[in-house]
Design a protein around this ligand. Structure first.
Ligand SMILES: [Zn+2]
Ligand SMILES: [Zn+2]
Length: 347
């Protein structure tokens, strides 16, 4: 027995190949993948730009949902056929971070699609350590797997909003309207923002931001972001901003546009050392709170799943491109061009 899987052998060598059909051993659960969505991190792993926590060869894909196909000895609570979604970060649960509610930053974490075979395959074997840690979530509703799979990126946004919370009546700036920016926009609206300003060069993505409730979606190449911020905040500056594009220079722009006592979250992953020149005096004299956020905790994943299941966060319109597993290379290309918002691979 064998199954189709997209195995990353080395940088830029993603091979669609038959691999042995996994069968669940003690403590393990086999999931028939319904959908795996692809994100920029997958691209960075694929190109060899992101190597931390990556162990090759590995089946890529860390945003997956599907149905329980088989359950290994000693596992209870998962019926065959039940809809499930998989939180990909397996925290060690012993390190300082894990013991201090920062498991998303666990230095020993093993991540599905990085170091453990992920979801770009017909089946995903959830390791015993992940099942034991509660990383396999039973979905409350049998929604399309492609929507449940988005619990992963949404969970990261939920974590980000904890570190840089949006409060009622805030004016919020979201830089970048990819899937992450659009999730930040939706969560900011849910939290009661007065206005969310979205800065995004792609017209298609700006249109999507407007549909999802942005007060203004502007093109930073041709429009004056500072002017829009002045107008919507009555000259005060933004209460909270989120940098959802991996461009270090944007951090300073967010600091400059912040109100006194405002919050800036460096959300997007940055290539290399990610250096930026930031006006430290502005941070000081305006008491700007500068924070970062990376990845998510299991509890953020649970929150994200509830937000999707209840429809409080809209996911259907964000899924713009679908490919069968046999066209995984095309799927990856679609993410790279930026024309898609979210790309799903349906095996
Ligand atoms: Zn991702
Ligand atoms: Zn840990």
């Amino acid at each position: 027995m064998s199954m189709l899987g997209a195995v990353l052998l080395a940088a830029d060598q993603l091979q669609l190949t038959q691999v042995p059909d996994p069968s669940p051993g003690p403590g393990e659960v086999l999931v028939r993948v319904g959908a795996t969505t692809i994100c920029g991190t997958d691209l960075r792993i694929l190109r060899g730009e992101k190597t931390a926590g990556v162990e090759l060869p590995v089946i890529l894909g860390h945003e997956s949902a599907g149905h329980v196909a088989a359950v290994g000895p000693g596992v209870s609570g998962y019926d065959v056929g039940a809809p499930v979604a998989v939180a990909p970060v397996i925290p060690c649960r012993r390190c300082w971070e894990c013991r201090h509610d920062l498991e998303n930053l666990c230095p020993n974490a093993r991540i599905l699609g990085y170091a453990v075979d992920g979801g770009l395959a017909e089946y995903l074997l959830v390791p015993a350590e992940a099942v034991a840690a509660g990383c396999l979530f039973l979905a409350g509703r049998d929604l399309p797997s492609e929507q449940l799979a988005l619990a992963e990126p949404l969970a990261c946004v939920v974590n980000g909003q904890r570190w840089s919370p949006v409060e009622v009546d805030d004016v919020v700036l979201v830089m970048g309207a990819g899937p992450i920016g659009l999730f930040h926009l939706q969560l900011a609206s849910l939290a009661g923002a007065r206005a969310v300003i979205v800065s995004e060069p792609s017209a298609a993505r700006r249109a999507q931001a407007e549909r999802l409730g942005a007060a203004v979606a502007l093109d930073p190449a041709t429009q004056d972001l500072a002017e829009v911020v002045r107008e919507l905040s009555q000259g005060v500056g933004v209460d909270a901003s989120v940098v959802c594009v991996g461009v270090p220079e944007l951090v300073n722009q967010a600091v400059e546009l912040s109100r006194s006592g405002g919050r800036v979250n460096v959300f997007a992953g940055l290539a290399g050392a990610g250096w930026a020149k930031v006006a430290a005096s502005r941070i000081h004299y305006r008491q700007v709170r500068l924070t970062g956020s990376a990845n998510s905790r299991r509890s953020d994943y649970a929150t994200a799943l509830r937000l999707i299941e209840s429809g409080r966060v809209e996911t259907a319109s964000m899924l713009t491109h679908r490919f069968p597993l046999s066209a995984v290379h095309e799927a990856v290309r679609a993410v790279g061009t930026g024309e898609a918002i979210k790309v799903a691979v349906l095996p």
